[in-house]
Write a protein that binds this ligand. Sequence first.
Ligand code: SF4
Ligand code: SF4
Length: 446
Amino acid sequence: MFPFGSLLERGFAHGIHPPEVKERTAALPTQRMPFMDRYVLPLNQSLGAPPRPVVAVGERVHRGQLIAEPAAFFSTSLHSPITGWVRAIGNRRSPSGDFEQAIEIEADPFATQRLDPAPRPDWHRLSLDELSAEVQRAGIVGLGGAALPAHVKYSLREGVKVKYLIANGAECEPFLTNDHRVMVEQPDAVLKGIEILHTLLGVEETIIGIELNKPDAVAILRERIGRDRPIRVVPLRVKYPQGDSKMLIKSLLGIEVPKGVRSVELGIVMNNVGTLAAIADWFDHGMPYIDRRVTVSGPGVTYPANLVVPLGTPVREVLRFCGGLKADTKEVIMGGPMMGTPIASLDAPIVKISAGVLAFTAKEAARPAEYPCIRCGRCVEACPYFLNPSKLARLAKARLYDEMKGADLMECVECGSCTYSCPSGIPIVQLIRSAKSSLWHRKAKG
Ligand code: SF4
Ligand code: SF4
């Protein structure tokens, strides 16, 4: 018997059930990281064009001040997380290990670091285009993982009517608990973000989808919503990747989003709960997106925590704040264990999509020995997108990238369910990622 009466019976097909491993941080209140001496802010922190710097080396900047402006519609703003001085604009190591253009800021040790925001316009009076411009001005990206500039979703084509707003509180990645904490600690901000979008998009109904392993979040949101608002909180079975947008739409509405179709064309807009709280922070407090909620966990971390971390803080400092790494730590991952990526250097900064910093010891980080495919079909059964991962892996190994496109390579969301299921230890999703990256580089070269 489930604690919330009727549990939604619908769901999505396939998927997997990895261990959740959220118990170490799920109930820990979020702490604020102290300010550091130096911050490195890569310009490229979202999909689309990187923003253009609007500050010069030597210039004094304030916490929350715009330091890079959007270079196009598909681009977003970047603000300083700290009061201090711009010390450099140049190549710095990003979390992926590549060197990328970044703004380096030295903190003023005597500044209060208090945000001094400019008042924002009354959101009730905004048109949709004005809402989109405000969210772009705030530098908010989709915090569920894809890092799409958030404002892009609110710029609707003529004639598109939004019926459903979905607030994504599934947080299906193992270990991560920062969405959980935002729902428990800032329920009113999540609901304010919903109210703004619900009203301005002209939505008929809002549904908050939350996996059943967050009963306190379900309870507190239901209590705050009360009886009269057109918002439903729907507990969902725990299953990976429940938080994928197409899977969540299938689970909540029973609608299959066809290949190549964007959900907004079906009248559905989805936002992560953290994104919704960030929108409320902008309109209520003039707070741009400068602090990231991060879950620090994994067997290699001494004191796991949920933290609010200013963007640009080095991962090394975040780990130090959590008591440092255990001696046998082998690997540190940014993001969740299924979709995150190993960090090449602990000097890499926290960026807008850094939902997690996870440390693993040699035991968990060990890659299984790889054997030939035994055609068991488990990867096919696991793939929520009904792809043939074993075929994609075979083609990737043979570098037949064009043939992979014919096998729906670009439909793959890189959820890693196939790799997790493979008894032969074939790194299927890693092969898929490197094939996509090769195709991307080939296209970029022309
Ligand atoms: S092929 Fe892609 S979408 Fe399918 S399970 Fe593997 S990573 Fe996920
Ligand atoms: S799960 Fe692994 S062994 Fe089984 S069919 Fe897929 S690739 Fe082959």
